[in-house]
Design a protein around this ligand. Structure first.
Ligand SMILES: [Zn+2]
Length: 187
């Protein structure tokens, strides 16, 4: 079974956390990796084997997909999803990158929190890659949120013009969205 970070994969009654798995609330074991869930019924270990393995950062220009992990007014921390990229290299598991408010879109953005929210799936482009960190931009038609959830009820949000609207409660939020928001295309 393919799992995403945060997904409940087992309970602490049945399993102990192994690679790519952590205890969440005393009861649940959740995935911390993206990959295949492996439940070992004999050793009672739950693991999530990452789908990719080569830990090498990509250079500027590489398009990446990530999940918004944290936001302040000035920056969003984006956990990059391990994936094979066009030039046959890989994003390492557990890598995070930084999107600064000045690189969200053309023009002045006061706070990144009006453009992205924690949990958004975004497509971004690497503009700088050093051992100290990776910097991203979402300035581009093909860049920005691909999938978002309502901050009121967590249901999925559909695109209406340049904004997104909750498919369940009707709540409308601003986002810097990619032109193909919600279509399920990856890159
Ligand atoms: Zn809603």
């Amino acid at each position: 079974m393919f799992v995403m970070p945060g997904e409940t994969v087992a309970t602490t009654e049945e399993y102990v956390p192994g690679y790519g798995v952590a205890e969440a609330n005393g009861e649940d074991l959740v995935a911390t990796n993206i990959g295949e869930l492996e439940l070992d019924p004999e050793e009672h270990i739950a693991k999530v084997k990452a789908r990719t393995r080569v830990a090498r950062f990509q250079g500027p220009g590489t398009i990446v997909i990530g999940v918004v992990a944290k936001t302040t007014d000035d920056v969003a921390i984006i956990d990059l999803i391990p994936m094979k990229t066009a030039n046959f290299a890989f994003i390492p598991t557990g890598a995070s990158a930084i999107l600064h408010v000045s690189n969200v879109k053309p023009g002045y953005v006061k706070s990144i929190k009006t453009e992205f929210k924690v949990g958004d799936i975004v497509r971004a482009k690497i503009i700088e890659s050093t051992p100290l960190g990776v910097k991203l931009t979402t300035d581009g038609k093909n860049l920005g949120a691909l999938l978002t959830n309502c901050s009121r009820c967590r249901a999925s949000m559909a695109r209406i013009g340049a904004r997104v609207k909750c498919t369940s409660c009707g709540w409308v939020e601003d986002r810097k969205i990619a032109y193909d928001y919600g279509t399920g295309r990856e890159i």
